[in-house]
Design a protein around this ligand. Structure first.
Ligand code: FAD
Length: 358
């Protein structure tokens, strides 16, 4: 049983590790010898996904900074909390540094006997015939454009600026998101002295200094000592219309991409891995080969859930985009009232943790 994974990003490595754990031979094909991972990038991972990761992929406990609370604010309700998410003093989300996460996965895989890595600038379909299943996480191969071009795209006309702030020591277990007039700004703690920033700014090319000033303006919690170099990422949302072509399955951000305001892009991929792994285990238990029927079953099980979930995140984006343009606080007040309803609040936490219908 041989699986080929195209691409060498976080989705590729995570999936490869999940598969080698099942004693499946995995060859990863990377186009580049190495790509630098920005030091400012962090990921929020939900509690149930951390549990799944530790049990089925690799133990990441030591890399996590655990959060007990998420507070949401908006420019339209000055100094008043819009929403508050917490659960019996329990951890609800964890933050991990992308480059540390990537290193741990790569280091583990390289010494695994079921794993092999190859560098190939281009692959063609005849080369791929040697594998039972090909999982494509790479946007840059020619056939990606040919077979995975039909998608629903939403341009946000926004850029996400990321950095890390160093600050004076503080008990740092609460994430803060502020829906500013320029877009959502998140403060995501990664230690008692460091906090990662994701600022998604609407239609503007800002200079690094402007972003620094905006971070300082909105920060009400930290005594900032230093702001690291700022990196930026263009934002869009997409969902592929068809998840596979024969035995080639699209995966990771190639399959679906969403706005980072809810910290859910990679969490969706982890949920995809859960589903794919279940289908694979069932097939192997029945003594069946992995073939294109796997892709069909995967698409049937998860595509509609992913579509609804992405649209939910898009709705939140649209709502706050509209809210920021209004000059009164009626909308914000109604959200505040909804958030205080304990059933609604619990439902928000559950969806952010487990996705929908899991
Ligand atoms: C600002 C921002 C904040 C985010 N925050 C969160 C969050 O809090 N929680 C969450 O769940 N999701 C978050 N996301 C989404 C998350 O970052 C992506 O879903 C995830 O990184 C996608 O990984 P990927 O491997 O599918 O794609 P990519 O990382 O885009 O990789 C695609 C392909 O690029 C190439 N590549 C990438 N890296 C390398 C490398 N090091 N070496 C060689 N080739 C490489 C490979 O071919 C790879 O397959 C955020 C996204 C952004 C932009």
């Amino acid at each position: 049983m041989r699986v080929c994974i195209l691409g060498y990003g976080l989705s590729s490595l995570t999936l490869a590790k999940a598969l080698v754990n099942q004693n499946i031979y995995v060859e990863i094909i990377s186009q580049k010898k190495s790509k630098k991972i920005g030091l400012s990038r962090t990921l929020g991972i939900s509690k149930s996904n951390v549990k799944f990761f530790n049990k089925n992929i690799i133990n990441i406990e030591k890399l996590l900074w655990k959060l007990k609370k998420i507070e949401i604010y908006t420019d339209n309700l000055k100094n008043e909390k819009l929403l508050n998410f917490e659960k019996n003093d329990d951890q609800i989300f964890s933050i991990i540094k992308n480059h540390e996460f990537y290193k741990v996965l790569e280091k583990d895989l390289i010494k695994n006997k079921y794993f092999r890595k190859r560098y190939l600038k281009n692959v063609n379909l005849s080369f791929l015939k040697d594998y039972n299943i090909i999982i494509n996480c790479n946007y840059f191969y020619n056939f990606t454009n040919k077979y995975f071009s039909k998608k629903i795209i939403k341009e946000y006309d926004s850029i996400a600026y990321t950095t890390i702030i160093s600050h004076e020591k503080i008990l740092n277990n609460t994430a803060i998101q502020i829906f500013t007039k320029r877009g959502p700004l998140a403060f995501l703690p990664i230690s008692n002295k460091e906090t990662s920033i994701v600022y998604s700014v609407y239609n503007s090319v800002k200079k690094e200094n402007d972003i620094n000033e905006l971070i300082k303006k909105y920060n009400f919690k930290y005594k900032i000592n230093k702001i690291d170099k700022i990196e930026n990422f263009e934002l869009k949302s997409l969902n592929l219309r068809s998840y596979y072509h024969k035995n080639i399955l699209a995966f990771g951000d190639l399959l679906h991409k969403i706005h980072p305001l809810a910290g859910q892009g990679f969490n969706m991929t982890v949920r995809d891995i859960k589903v794919l792994l279940n289908i694979i285990k069932n097939k192997l238990d029945l003594g069946l080969e992995l073939d294109s029927s796997l892709n069909k079953e995967f698409e049937k099980t998860i595509k509609y859930k992913n579509f609804i979930f992405s649209n939910g995140v898009d709705f939140i984006h649209k709502f706050f985009n509209y809210e920021r343009k209004t000059k009164n606080s009626v909308l914000s007040k109604s959200i505040q009232i909804l958030g205080k309803n304990s059933s609604a609040n619990k439902a928000f936490i559950k969806i952010a943790d487990e996705g929908i219908f899991f």
